[in-house]
Design a protein around this ligand. Structure first.
Ligand SMILES: CC(=O)[C@@H](O)[C@H](O)COP(=O)(O)O
Ligand SMILES: NCC(=O)COP(=O)(O)O
Length: 248
């Protein structure tokens, strides 16, 4: 069986939990169900306002994975602020994805602008590597981006697939956006960067992407996964997404 590429993003579970001052739905409990069902790991994006994932969730997830799922992986996403870097240093995830988000941004909607963002990134990448955390950079679907990520010392990129995901009802436009994602993936693969992809991926749009970029290492999926799991349940959605990825 092909190893799993699916990292389940549990931001939306935390958002639902935060509606009340109560501990359910449980972020760690549903993360455990996802990993037991075959996900390779868990992704969280603790935003500065803690609107969904809280710092306490990060430590609880990290401890649970270390204790109960030592072969699974935790990925933390965030802007490399001093506060976020402190969290990475303390929680020691397996992987960190640096994203260029403003603190008040609704969701991630672009990759790094490598002509202006590099000095903060270079320092953050060096620190994370010192802490033995694999570094990935969020990149637009632009084949010129991976060479910048490689020259900064990143080990992976995550291609922002939002524009592809947004074309769910327009196959001709989806093909144009998919081509940009695939060409970016190929450029990164040719540079020996690990290639991840994320944002608005679904059971419907994953097969065409995997068919053209089978070397993709990881897909972190939250919004579409949660929507699917509300219908099918967390464990069954892991199976459905892994089937879409051609893994089972
Ligand atoms: C980095 C990225 O792609 C984001 O999609 C992400 O983790 C989603 O964040 P929100 O759940 O806050 O929209
Ligand atoms: N890195 C992307 C991610 O973690 C989840 O994005 P989405 O599936 O919630 O759009």
């Amino acid at each position: 069986m092909t190893p799993s590429r699916l990292s389940v993003n549990v931001n939306a579970i935390a958002m639902l939990r935060n509606r009340r001052d109560l501990p359910w739905p449980s972020v760690t409990g549903l993360a455990a169900i996802a990993m037991e069902a075959g996900a390779k790991g868990i992704t969280v994006h603790p935003r500065p306002d803690e609107r969904h994932i809280r710092k306490t969730d990060v430590f609880e997830l990290s401890e649970m994975i270390e204790d109960r799922f030592p072969n699974k992986e935790l990925c933390l996403e965030g802007y490399p602020s001093d506060d976020f870097l402190k969290l990475v240093k303390e929680a020691r995830p397996d992987q960190v994805l640096f994203v260029p988000d403003d603190p008040d941004q609704t969701t991630s909607d672009h990759g790094w602008q490598f002509d202006r963002d590099t000095s903060r990134l270079a320092d953050a990448i060096a620190s994370a590597k010192d802490w033995a955390v694999t570094v990935s950079l969020f990149c637009d679907p632009d084949p010129s981006a991976p060479k910048h990520a490689a020259s900064l010392g990143a080990e992976r990129i995550e291609i922002y697939t939002g524009p592809y995901g947004a074309c769910y009802d327009d196959p001709a436009k989806a093909e144009i956006e998919l081509t940009k994602v695939v060409e970016t993936a190929q450029a990164a693969h040719g540079l020996d960067l690990g290639v991840n992809a994320g944002h608005d991926l679904t059971v419907e749009n994953i097969p065409a992407l995997i068919a053209r970029a089978p070397f993709i290492r990881e897909m972190s999926i939250g919004h579409g996964f949660t929507a699917d799991a509300l219908i099918y349940g967390f464990a069954e959605s892991v199976r459905r997404f892994r089937t879409a990825m051609g893994e089972i």
